[in-house]
Design a protein. Structure first.
Length: 422
């Protein structure tokens, strides 16, 4: 009897071990497919909205299947630093709370789910299922390649195709004018930091990519992106480099070079000068009118705003000013003023808390650990939000998905480096 019990126990242990090994092997295979789908998304991220969405959908489906197979570790996988979570949670809680009093609750719920479940998925997928440095590097390279291809398209559109692009002095690349501007606002500063960080052959490769990205950004001709890139590069380089004087000298030389180039290229000079003409008509004046309409919405709904996702209907039907040239616009051309209109003064305060809290987390983390992931995280966040001063970047699907993807890669890189250090 004792022998029979021992045999039964041995058999259970063996089969249990085999089952666990089989489960672990299956989980590893599923996570490998999630990575492959994310690679495909990264490669298409700045080239096609539909293609990127297909592979994000496949990655999400594979992630759900993985969590069905093994879900006892999801809390461990879904761990984000408290100092980074809290500002975002405050922001999100205010959006939800104010939208309970929305002028269209269904629209608010649909938009919230789209913006903060659907679009944030790339961050969650990278955070939970990409835990090797080599894979993070591959994802970064593929995303950078997608950026370069889109910017190379801008160069071709301007210099070879010409036609309508020269007539309107804007090039959309593969995804649209403002979307290309948003992508470059994040990733040109990232390429600058990588160029400063990498050595030897990799530096030359990144330098070539950076040159194409800068040229594409110039031909894209989005003024908000230009300013966002200049400010973001200046701040992040000053934080990153020990020799502040050296950076200041380099920035001064680059600034002089930009000034000379601007003076000798008429269309470029016209575009730069137009930044200072706030009341001269065109897009500058239109933005001021939009922002006044946003303040009017906040004045009527100071504690709640009109509701998340409800700007378009309220603006077009009630708040458009008689002087507006484009009465059918769908957003406020500003992250801050759009949030003010849709979520009132609490929303405006909350979005500032998120921005400042995130930047403080990056600065503090960099000074404490000296890991470049913190500066790259900051470059992506700051670049997009600075362009968002004059454009509603937080409402753009393709841009925000790559924004969350970039934050996920840079955050995970930082965490993996900290684990190695310990």
């Amino acid at each position: 009897m004792f022998v029979a019990m021992s045999r039964e126990k041995y058999k259970n242990e063996v089969f249990g071990f085999m089952y666990q090994a089989d489960t672990a092997e299956n989980v590893a295979k599923i996570e490998k497919w999630i990575f492959y789908f994310l690679c495909s998304y990264a490669l298409l991220s700045s080239a096609t909205i539909a293609g990127g969405n297909i592979f994000l959908g496949l990655a999400t489906a594979a992630a759900i299947f993985r969590l069905v197979k093994k879900h006892d570790d999801w809390k461990q996988l879904l761990t984000v630093d408290w100092a980074l979570r809290v500002p975002f949670y405050i922001f999100l809680a205010i959006l939800v709370a104010t939208s309970l009093f929305s002028t269209d609750i269904k629209q608010s719920v649909d938009t919230l789910l789209n913006h903060y479940v659907n679009r944030i998925m790339p961050f969650l997928l990278v955070l939970m299922f990409v835990r090797e440095k080599e894979r993070l590097i591959k994802l970064t390279v593929l995303a950078a390649l997608s950026i370069v291809v889109n910017d190379a398209t801008c160069i071709v559109q301007w210099n070879i195709i010409g036609g309508k692009y020269l007539a309107q002095e804007r090039t959309p690349g593969l995804i649209g004018i403002m979307m290309t501007g948003g992508m470059n606002s994040m990733w040109v500063p990232v390429l600058v930091l990588l160029f400063a960080e990498l050595k030897k052959r990799n530096k030359y490769i990144v330098g070539a990519a950076l040159l194409i990205a800068v040229m594409g950004t110039i031909y894209n001709n989005t003024r908000g992106a230009w300013l966002a890139i200049v400010i973001t590069v200046s701040i992040t380089l000053l934080l990153y480099t020990k020799s502040k004087l050296k950076v200041l000298v380099i920035l001064l030389i680059v600034g002089v070079g930009i000034g000379l180039m601007t003076q000798h290229v008429p269309w470029l000079e016209h575009r730069v000068v137009s930044m200072t003409k706030f009341n001269s008509g065109g897009s500058n004046l239109e933005r001021l009118l939009l922002w006044e309409s946003s303040r009017n919405m906040a004045a009527d709904y100071p504690l709640t705003g009109v509701g998340y996702g409800c700007f378009t209907k309220q603006y077009q039907e009630k708040y458009v000013l008689p002087e507006a040239i484009y009465p059918n616009l769908t957003h406020a051309h500003s992250n801050f003023f759009h949030t003010l209109a849709e979520n009132g003064y609490p929303g405006a305060v909350a979005v500032c808390i998120w921005w400042l809290g995130t930047l403080w987390y990056c600065v503090k983390g960099w000074h404490k650990y000296k890991k470049i992931g913190y500066i790259i995280f900051m470059a992506i966040f700051l670049g997009l939000m600075l362009q968002g001063v004059t454009e509603y970047t937080m409402g753009d699907s393709i841009v925000m998905k790559l924004f969350w993807f970039g934050l996920g890669v840079s955050y995970q890189w930082t965490k993996l480096n900290e684990k190695c250090a310990h």
